[in-house]
Write a protein that binds this ligand. Structure first.
Ligand SMILES: Nc1ncnc2c1ncn2[C@@H]1O[C@H](COP(=O)(O)OP(=O)(O)OP(=O)(O)O)[C@@H](O)[C@H]1O
Length: 581
């Protein structure tokens, strides 16, 4: 049989660019790459400065063949240029808005490799960092102050016909350390232009976003909506204030999360009061109103932001009152504290943050660098790609049209469908963690292809080369399972148990396991207990390439078979100690 060529890697971690490297921009500015201080999904995040200036900025760098940064560059070019934001602020008579602006973007060549870069302002820390440092929670007042900034940011995006679709603490950065009224919404990797939205769920898109926060529209499989952004913000507020969500433990089962959210929303306001006990009525009322506004808004309609701003302002005031009451009993300086709290509220709601010097502590830097990265959406959606009208940009004197570049992501020689599938090849995922962003929409084409292949292979059993997971009870529990592509000698079910107490589970996923996996990094197996866990099984290469429903089915099937075999083995062991399945 001819050997299959291993699939071309579509996303690669950017090679390290040395600090001091200079990039010439289209506008004749020269940017100097600074230290790398964080790593994105596949990009490196550096500080940078403009030649002759001291202001530090942030430069995101990815190989030009990668898609994720392109998605962001498109959004920034369409709606987040400085002059666009300035005009908006002028028209709205506001001094500040919680959104970053594009400083520059383009390409450069480094060690013969073409790289894409984007420069945006540098912020002090992430809200997730602040939440973690605060024991997993934020005070109701701080949460509402953040919400006030995010509503302003969403209003701008919505007015520009974009839904963000992934509001969460990890995607909110603070301009000034610990100052929540400087919250800026970032990461436009899932942002979606809503102009062509149709209220028609597509299963392939179901559950896009960050499972625990994503909107019910997204769970259904609808494209991101304005009302969805408000719903997502409301879930986040519950998380920030209470430190949890009723469906947190169900994170790995998106259907169950969806079900739990539907029940929660149907049971409002009681369900909300149950999770936010001892919060001021204005705070629970505000979140309840967010849900109410979101649910009463039609799928394609804009949200009544004025109403939301009002209730948020009321909640801030009320929560600050609660804070000052608390201080009253502890600090015994009633008048002073109340006045101070009042001033703070006014400051938080009305005053826009003045330009502040960005400070980043060492500990924060470390935290960012070691924090597990969020697997992000793979590529720009096809409909978005078709709409792209981007300005030219260049580096090192070479001018280039961004929309041409996008086509270059996949070799031109391949067919459109193959290119579409290749575009959405899933990126390797780091270990499962809370708040992981997913986009089945972007990988749906690849998923469909895989599924078709799976069906084809299932009907042609002779070609099956089951994947087996070596079982070894005394192996390292933390290590991923060893995966082998050895043909199984077992019957149709493909389940096999090896001697010596070990076992093998055959998965009918031959097409999904590249030959390379056999000698992959995963050398040791894992314990039976871990293997019986669907969460662990999801990490098995091949299994996670399946679309969600299929994956769940497979995991279930595997677990059941494994348990049956184990039970059978235990019985056999009782009968004969030399059982060898
Ligand atoms: N403008 C910025 N100022 C300060 N820190 C930033 C900035 N942009 C990103 N970071 C930090 O870099 C880290 C990764 O950034 P970001 O999430 O935008 O990258 P990404 O490539 O989109 O990664 P992911 O795939 O994890 O979403 C974040 O933890 C964030 O704290």
């Amino acid at each position: 049989m001819p050997q299959k060529k291993p699939a071309k890697k579509l996303h690669e971690l950017a090679p390290e660019v040395k600090a001091g490297f200079k990039i010439d921009d289209i506008s004749k500015r020269t940017f100097i790459v600074g230290k790398q201080f964080a790593t994105g999904g596949f990009g490196r995040i550096h500080t940078c400065t403009e030649q002759g200036k001291s202001q530090e900025m942030v430069m995101k760098i990815e190989p030009s063949t990668n898609g994720p940064l392109l998605t962001e560059v498109v959004v920034f070019n369409r709606i987040l240029k400085k002059e666009m934001i300035d005009t908006y602020k002028k028209n709205k008579k506001i001094q500040w808005i919680g959104l970053p602006h594009l400083i520059a973007n383009g390409y450069f060549t480094y060690n013969s490799e073409k790289m894409r870069y984007m420069i945006i302002p540098k912020y002090a820390m992430s809200l997730e960092g602040a939440r973690e440092a605060n024991g997993g929670k934020l005070s109701a007042k701080d949460s509402m102050v953040v919400a006030n900034c995010i509503i302003g940011a969403l209003e701008y995006l919505h007015d520009s016909d974009y839904a963000h679709a992934d509001v969460k603490a990890a995607n909110i950065l603070l301009e000034k350390q610990g100052v929540y009224s400087t919250s800026v919404l970032v990461d436009f990797g899932l942002a979606h232009r809503t102009t062509n939205n149709v209220d028609k769920p597509d299963k392939k898109r179901a559950h896009n976003g960050t499972c625990i926060f994503t909107s019910t529209d997204a769970h259904r499989g609808n494209n991101p909506s304005f009302r969805g952004d408000v719903e997502i913000l409301a879930y986040n507020l519950i998380m920030w204030i209470s430190g949890t969500l009723p469906w947190l433990a169900l994170e790995s089962s998106p259907d169950k999360v969806f079900e739990a959210k539907q029940k929660f929303v149907a049971g409002l306001p009681g369900t909300l009061q149950n999770v936010l006990t001892s919060q001021p009525a204005a705070v629970t009322g505000c979140i309840s109103t967010m849900f109410d506004v979101s649910m009463k808004t039609q799928y394609k309609d804009k949200v009544d932001m004025e109403k939301l701003k009002k209730v948020v302002a009321g909640a801030i005031q009320s929560a600050s009152g609660a804070v000052s009451k608390e201080s009253k009993t502890t600090a015994k300086t009633p008048k002073k504290v109340t006045r101070k709290a009042k001033e703070e509220v006014e400051d938080d709601v009305d005053d826009e943050p003045k330009p502040k010097k960005k400070v980043e502590t060492k500990s924060e830097k470390t935290k960012k660098t070691v924090r597990p990265k969020t697997p992000k959406r793979i590529e720009t959606e096809e409909d978005e790609e078709d709409e792209m009208e981007l300005p030219t940009s260049s580096t090192n004197g070479k001018y280039k049209d961004e929309s041409d570049e996008e086509e270059e992501l996949i070799p031109r020689s391949t067919t459109r469908s193959a290119r579409a599938a290749a575009r959405s090849q899933p990126r390797p995922q780091p270990s499962i963690r809370l708040g992981v962003t997913t986009s089945t929409a972007s990988s749906s084409r690849a998923a469909r292809k895989i599924e078709q292949k799976y069906k084809r292979l299932s009907t042609n059993k002779s070609s099956l080369v089951p994947v087996s997971i070596a079982d070894s009870d005394d192996d390292d529990d933390d290590a991923p399972p060893a995966v082998s592509t050895e043909p199984s000698t077992s019957s149709a079910g493909g389940t096999k148990r090896s001697s010596g107490g070990g076992g093998e589970i055959a998965l009918k996923t031959p097409a999904l396991v590249a030959p390379a996996i056999k000698k992959a990094k995963y050398k040791s197996g894992i314990s039976s207990a871990t293997k019986a866990s669907p969460t662990e099984l999801r990490r098995v290469p091949g299994v996670r390439n399946f679309p969600k429903g299929r994956r769940t089915m497979l995991i279930k099937e595997t677990t059941t078979k494994y348990q049956e075999k184990r039970a059978a083995t235990e019985t056999n062991h009782d009968d004969s100690s030399s059982s060898d399945l």
